[in-house]
Design a protein around this ligand. Structure first.
Ligand code: C5P
Length: 693
């Protein structure tokens, strides 16, 4: 077989000659400098790791110095040249210096900033173009299929980039060509340092973050000024950029949480996210010297920049150069997710006719002087039951597990009425059938509470805390009206504690703020603080640090109450035996996809994103719950265990389906009764700036 003649690289004298011959004077405007040293060319190709058969994109081939080096390595090269004179001359150089490789070389004359994948299909090779010209002179037509670039999708970008547009060209090509997995480019040394800079570095800026969004940048060799014609007055260096497999989720969502990223997984959604992140980066660095809480003020609108930063675990006094790309991603994600909930705010206030929010009820019913002639002081407050739409459980510290959870209040409430009396503590408990309940009988809950010492009741303990705070030493009569199933994973007992704190605060005129009440609540139990807020909340630490969120869409659900009860500590203990190694507790921005699904009422996504790490433990302790979940799933619900169980929650699409499902599940032997419910909004009058606070 006939061997291809070797590729001859361009030398300084040839380049000089070519420029002279063609009357080409490299233009500053196009940032042209030609490499004249074959050894420098070979070094670039070597550092690029180009191998025979690799599909390489080259931007700004100029006279063809690097192009020939790439062809010498056996690459298939498509070069994009903006300068029409150079573009028209390059094929001849390739044919004369690499005749055997001309079939592997394709050329497009275009501005690289406008280059898109479609431009690279159907190009004829340089060799092919020559033969085409021959056809016109009456020669035989060649076999086009073997040489056209129909399937060209570049894997590597190797370029001596025009220095004045190096960063925009790089960013554009990484965005436009997902096929590019690696880039080895020569740029001005300062630009190389910028591209590779890490947070905290003096030169860390917009290019550093944007490139980091795509992958990792690493400094390569420095290239001497002497190898260029004309000799530039700046130093040059190589930079290697390796695309990360999933730039969207760099370190943000990993392992088990991978499913959380599924909603943002399509190419279109990734592009939307990229634009949002880049916009944020531009805004942050526009006031580089300002603290982020000030610099991002207008970007965060209508949310408060400071709260948003805090929710993402970022110090609000930090400056943009302190932030890694994943922190910019987190900020952009969380803001987008929360804004979606904004729209639900007025809607939820308008559609919710029931008195569900603790504060609203408390305010409506409390009258310090009420009782009129009798002079009795009465305070009344309610708090809602909760379900956990997301519950990630981490390691255990000092008897408690680190949690990351999304609480959602539902339309079931505990009401506490507190009447001051001269002395003695009396506790009365009554039960109400929740509206629409199927098969309800208070027997289950009465039995579950039968052995409780009134002194141990959370409502009593809550009252005592407030009494102690304001030095009240008289007696009290506490009337508890229960709707929430006892020991069922819906925080009924905790709601008693929360409602009693609110009622006591009123009746004793203690004047405690919500934050102060939340501290007392946390001392009563991990779930008690949520009862003070209601609505949709994120919680971390033990589940006691509450971050109020905008309201979810008003979804329907059915609760299948188990005749059995499950003590919470037992479920956590079981968890330690079966699932403790899974110790990832995501932060608020990491669960943004779930929030977006909630705010949109997107059932399909919710089905994938709902998570409860305690579910497996609850199912091990009460295996019959599995059958309840299976039937619920068959009937079109999204079943899961709430909190530590054993209630089976089924999200359903609409009131009619909820009613039907409630009727069906109530027939099951392992179900005591069913409750068709809806999500309850918080009645707190939170503005955008207060969510997250
Ligand atoms: O705080 P509360 O009294 O509601 O918690 C009951 C029990 O549940 C705790 O004593 C502990 O065993 C378990 N728990 C836990 N981790 C949490 C919350 C509760 O282990 N974050």
């Amino acid at each position: 077989m006939e061997e291809n003649p070797p590729v001859r690289l361009l030398t300084a004298s040839v380049i000089n000659q070519l420029c002279h011959q063609l009357d080409i004077r490299p233009t500053k405007q196009l940032g042209q400098n030609f490499v004249t040293e074959p050894s420098a060319i070979r070094k670039i190709v070597r550092e690029a790791g180009v191998e025979a058969g690799d599909q390489v994109l080259e931007v700004g081939p100029g006279l063809g110095s690097l192009t020939l080096g790439l062809l010498e390595a056996g690459a298939r090269v498509t070069a994009c040249e903006i300068d029409p004179r150079l573009a028209s001359f390059l094929p001849a150089t390739i044919r004369s210096h690499a005749s055997g490789a001309a079939a592997q070389m394709f050329l497009i004359q275009k501005d690289a900033l406008k280059l898109v994948p479609a431009d690279l299909t159907g190009l004829s090779s340089v060799d092919e173009e020559a033969k085409d010209a021959g056809i016109e002179r009456g020669r035989k037509a060649p076999d086009v299929s073997s040489v056209s670039s129909r399937d060209f999708s570049p894997k590597i970008l190797v370029s001596n980039l025009p220095y004045n547009v190096a960063v925009p060209v790089l960013l554009h090509l990484f965005a436009a060509f997902p096929s590019i997995k690696r880039a080895l480019v020569m740029v001005q040394k300062e630009v190389a340092l910028r591209l590779c800079a890490l947070p905290g570095n003096k030169v860390y800026g917009v290019p550093s973050v944007k490139i980091a969004w795509y992958g990792q940048a690493r400094m390569g060799s420095e290239i001497s000024r002497r190898v260029f014609y004309p000799q530039p007055n700046v130093d040059s260096a190589l930079v290697e950029i390796t695309r990360e497999t999933n730039p969207l989720d760099i370190g943000v969502l990993e392992g088990e949480l991978g499913n959380l990223s599924s909603r943002a997984g399509s190419a279109g959604e990734k592009e939307v996210e990229r634009q949002e992140v880049f916009n944020l980066v531009d805004q942050a660095f526009a006031s580089r010297r300002k603290m982020l809480r000030a610099g991002l003020k207008s970007w965060a609108q209508p949310l408060a920049a400071e709260s948003l930063l805090q929710a993402c675990g970022i110090d609000p006094t930090a400056r943009p150069e302190n932030l890694e790309v994943k922190q910019f991603v987190a900020l952009a994600r969380l803001r987008r997710a929360l804004l979606a909930g904004f729209e639900n705010f007025s809607e939820s206030a308008a559609t919710s006719g029931e008195q569900t929010d603790s504060e609203a009820v408390s305010a409506a019913c409390f009258d310090p002087g009420c009782g009129g002639k009798t002079g009795k002081k009465i305070g009344i407050a309610s708090a809602n039951a909760k379900i956990n739409l997301f519950l990630a459980c981490g390691e255990s510290v000092a008897g408690y597990h680190r949690l990351s959870t999304v609480f959602q209040a539902v339309s079931l409430k505990e009401t506490v009425e507190i009447t001051l009396q001269p002395n003695g503590i009396d506790l009365e408990v009554s039960y109400s059938a929740p509206p629409g309940a199927v098969g309800y009988h208070p027997g289950r809950d009465q039995e579950a509470l039968a052995d409780l010492d009134p002194q141990d009741n959370l409502a009593t303990r809550a009252f005592m805390l407030v009494a102690e705070h304001c030095g009240y030493q008289g007696g009290v009569r506490i009337q508890l009206n229960k709707q929430v199933p006892v020991a069922a994973g819906m925080a009924g007992g905790s709601a008693d504690g929360a409602a009693a704190l609110l009622a006591a605060n009123q009746v004793l005129e203690a004047g405690l703020s919500r934050e102060e009440l939340a501290e007392l609540a946390a001392s009563l139990g991990a779930d008690v603080p949520f009862g003070l807020y209601g609505g949709t909340c994120f919680a971390d630490r033990r589940g006691d640090r509450i971050t109020p969120l905008p309201p979810a869409k008003r979804l329907h659900l059915v609760v299948a109450v188990s005749p059995e009860t499950l003590p919470t500590p037992q479920v956590f203990k079981q968890f330690d035996q079966v699932g403790a190694e899974q110790a990832i507790t995501p932060t608020l921005p990491e669960i943004s996809p779930l929030l977006e699904a909630l705010y949109a009422g997107d059932f399909g996504s919710l089905a994938k994103l709902v998570r409860n790490d305690l579910q497996a433990s609850a199912l091990l302790l009460i295996p019959q719950l599995k059958a309840t979940m299976e039937l619920a799933r068959e009937l079109g619900g999204i079943p899961f265990i709430s909190g530590s169980g054993p209630s089976v929650i089924c999200l359903v699409d609409g009131a009619a389906k909820a009613e039907k499902l409630a009727a069906e599940l109530a027939q099951l032997e392992q179900v005591a009764y069913t409750l068709p419910l809806v999500f309850s909004p918080s009645r707190q009058n939170l503005s955008g700036k207060q969510w997250l606070a």
